[in-house]
Design a protein around this ligand. Structure first.
Ligand code: AMP
Ligand code: GLY
Length: 428
């Protein structure tokens, strides 16, 4: 298979790396900046904006790729799948219309409402600043404020946590009233990702990400500071019943999209809040999560290329997709000051990596040396039979890096896990 991977972050390094385990696969890459990890795996790379569709289609033509795997949401929103498909390239990733499940928060909520799918919080969609502000003033309290469009995972403001009433009004003005206001959900978050071929859905191990920049879940929201999976591919604060409910919500969304005329092909990412009443949908994304892709692709024991064929040909089968039963812990190193004021261009030195797997993200390699850029820099994944060992492997590698970067030492620790479990018990 000759396959184009679009995107240049840690997620796409994990995708390229998993595809490369099949020695007959040739990997080509389009990315905005040269990711050193992907560059080493790829036969040829094209450095361009990931939304530069003309250039991407031309590169696909020059290289003769038969397939493409789209990592990030921005090219999906721009319609890269529509364009590549028209050029005869089979894509893992939804069309522009189907990607609205992520790119248009109102579309997602309304689709679930129209098809009577459970899991929506109470919500209202606004296209007018004054109306949205009036609503917030009437309901001063527990609301999540979400811009309708894409925000790189950093657009949500939770009232009572990140903003007060004045801050909420300010923010709604800033985003010009194009907003979904929804009930603030309380519980524990988890990520359920699945391969989808339009109709069939094959779930992956559950993952928990950590959005906040600092230890103890403090500080601003980020793209995700790290994530873990457990040896049974479940999470201790998600019961079988919760899991079945979440998967059934996702399956209903896939069925609804097919029925409405935009079948979903690609990786679907469900972010759920496990509440006292079971799982509710925080959002769906039209792609792998970053960092979550690094956990599940490290565990994937079947050939990712087979899944690519299954997704693109509509022949996906759970019996052909297998995951190891092991714990994984992924820790991202980010520049000091990230996300508000990252220190750019600072040198980094890798230390003893041990058994950890290194995934490169937003980092520059110059004359064999690494330098920080504005976003998440490098990730280390530990994989082992127990969470404790996986955590130690990732932590040792992360803390051995020298430079103006930091990471969350608490991700994947038993202490943090115990807090999650206790929190869930308290709610139920
Ligand atoms: P998103 O950009 O939709 O992933 O949201 C970022 C973060 O905001 C999520 O990971 C949650 O922690 C939080 N969030 C989003 N929607 C809600 C909600 N309705 N209730 C509580 N927290 C939410
Ligand atoms: N880790 C969250 C995301 O990829 O959207």
């Amino acid at each position: 298979m000759k396959i184009l991977v679009v995107g240049g972050g840690g997620r796409e390094h994990a995708i390229a790396s998993a595809l490369s385990r099949n020695s007959e696969t040739e990997i080509y890459s389009v990315m905005a900046r040269k990711n050193p990890g992907i560059a080493r795996i790829a036969k040829k790379i094209c450095l361009t904006k990931e939304t530069d569709l003309a250039r991407i289609v031309a590169f696909a033509g020059e290289t003769g790729v038969t397939h493409a795997f789209i990592g990030p949401e921005a090219p999906l929103e721009a319609g890269v799948v529509d364009r590549l498909s028209a050029a005869g390239v089979a894509c893992v990733g939804p069309t522009k219309a189907a990607a609205r499940i992520e790119t248009d928060k109102a579309f997602c909520r309304d689709l679930m409402t129209h098809h009577h799918i459970s899991g929506n919080p109470a919500y209202r969609v606004f296209h007018d600043t004054a109306e949205a502000i009036a609503f917030v003033q009437d309901h001063n309290g527990d609301l999540a404020i979400k811009p309708i469009g894409l925000t790189g995972g950093k657009g949500v403001r939770i009232m009572g946590e990140q903003v007060d009433l004045a801050g909420a009004i300010d923010y709604i003005q800033q985003i010009k009233g194009e907003v979904v206001l929804e009930e603030r959900l309380k519980g524990e978050e988890f990520t359920l990702q699945a391969f989808v071929d339009g109709f069939h859905i094959v779930p992956m191990p559950l993952v928990q990400d950590h959005k906040r920049a600092f230890e103890g879940d403090t500080g601003p929201n980020t793209g995700g500071m790290g994530s873990y999976t457990m040896p049974d591919n479940m999470l201790p604060f998600v019961s079988r019943k919760d899991y079945t409910a979440a998967l059934s919500i996702m399956a209903s969304v896939i069925a609804a999209m097919a029925k409405d005329g935009y079948p979903y092909k690609g990786v679907m990412y469900g972010q759920f809040m496990n509440t006292s009443e079971g799982p509710k949908v925080i959002e769906f994304n039209a792609r792998f999560g970053d960092p979550e892709a690094m956990n599940v692709l490290t565990l994937l024991s079947s050939d990712l290329c087979d899944a690519v064929i299954g997704i693109t040909e509509g022949s996906l089968s759970a019996s052909k997709v297998t995951f190891e039963h092991a714990a994984t812990v992924c820790k991202y190193l980010v520049p000091e000051g990230y996300p508000a004021a990252p220190k750019v261009g600072r040198p980094l030195n890798l230390g003893e990596t041990g058994d950890a797997i290194l995934y490169y993200a937003n980092v520059e390699e110059r004359d064999g040396r690494l330098f920080t850029l504005t976003s998440r820099t490098l990730a280390f994944v530990g994989k082992a039979g127990t969470l404790a060992t996986a955590e130690r492997i990732a932590e040792q590698a992360a803390s051995a890096v020298q430079g103006s970067v930091h990471h969350r030492r608490d991700i994947g620790t038993q202490a943090l896990l115990d807090r999650r479990i206790a929190h869930m018990k308290e709610l139920r």
